[in-house]
Design a protein around this ligand. Sequence first.
Ligand code: GLU
Length: 491
Amino acid sequence: MISNIVRTRFAPSPTGYLHVGGLRTALYNYLFAKRNNGKFILRIEDTDRARYVEGAIENLISTLKWAGLYFDEGPGVEGEFAPYLQSERLNIYKEHAEHLIKEKKAYYCFCSQERLNELREKQQKEGLQPKYDKHCLGLSKDEVEKKLADNERHVIRLNVQPGENIIVDDVIRGRVEFNSDVVDDQVLIKSDGYPTYHLANVVDDHLMKITHVIRGEEWLSSTPKHILLYDFFDWEKPVFAHLPLLLNPDRSKLSKRQGDVAVEDYRAKGYLKEALINFVALLGWTAGDDKEFYYLNELKEKFSLERVNKAGAVFNVEKLNWLNAEHLRKKENSEILILLKEELSGSKYKNQNYTDEYLLKVIEAMKERVIFVKDYLEKSPYFFETPGEYDESVAAKRWKDNSPELMKKLVEKFQKLENPVKEDYENTLKETAAELEVENGDLIHPLRLAVSGIGAGPGVFDIVDILGKEESIKRINKAIELIPQSSTIKS
Ligand code: GLU
């Protein structure tokens, strides 16, 4: 064992946003470290200058923190192995590449892009796998020194020995074998002096004492190169765990074209971090029972790499929605109140003052009917504004010729109530129906339409009680004026 303390890392490249697959990788690394009382490290792999995006690092860090995945070491949380930005470690990679050159495990290559293109074309024509032909390995020591002294453009390449069997022992995928014949003499240091992913990744995993490399399956094909590097440096290898691919429901690879892939898009849509974390935790892992609802703290207790599947994991938005509704419902009303106020402050209702007492009643009435916090506004706008329009199909069905008259009678009765509670409205309506010899429904349905403008929602007496006597009466009177007789409504 490299270290008896488990150390995992999330090693994103700052190319823009955090992908949901990246969030899963970060989460599994975090959970595995926490489950084993270890450390979770954030390392920024920013050596590909062409792909660097301004602000991407800050965005990555704030998204991880939003999700609750706090790292023990990383940019801004400097630890023993700082710096954690690869662009600040260039000398380290250079020294390591030079060490490999001395050991003849790597060599300088001065080939022009033109020659490399020609070589590739020729190999392709011959049906061979495109691979560097070790041309520069044949240069003499003097030739190399002269070219270096002349500042000739060069890279450093890995000297892969053909005909070897390279074994990757993966916790999730088992034993995977590669033949070194298919491994190219990978560039380790590019002509701009920056290391490639392979060199920087292996050097840092070793120096940062990473014990478990947990990453997406797309990196499995790079692992033989990494294994060679570990062997060339004579370093102990970490444990490898390659996580299953994320798939669209049609089992194609999860892509931007079929939907959102950025964590920030889900955040902007109103998904709760608890739901998103719960959802990505299940993309490839189960505890082995039917339980699907988890908080981060429970996951920390339960997670194990042995229970990660190798089959691709389907990204099912309906399940995410279900989890969002569940997590929202399980929150204390006082917590939902904070979220609802935030939502209101960003909405067209921002200048209206609602009391906490009022909002808490709305929350209680709608709790079982919402998926997102914004649904409180979208599904029950009538708690925030007097309806100006009435659902036509509901009106056609429910607003009968005698409805205006029945509603007038109900208004008269409601007027007489003093400090009514919900049951008072209900009893009054039933008494009125009995008196007028009509069904309760003949009053209930028009009443719902009048106070809410629509035909569905919580119990109508809850709505009336929340709105209060004056507001409800005002709304019934307005509806009597505005809703045409059923005979004139087209359905
Ligand atoms: N920088 C790589 C990425 O962007 C890291 C892959 C790995 O974890 O080794 O995902």
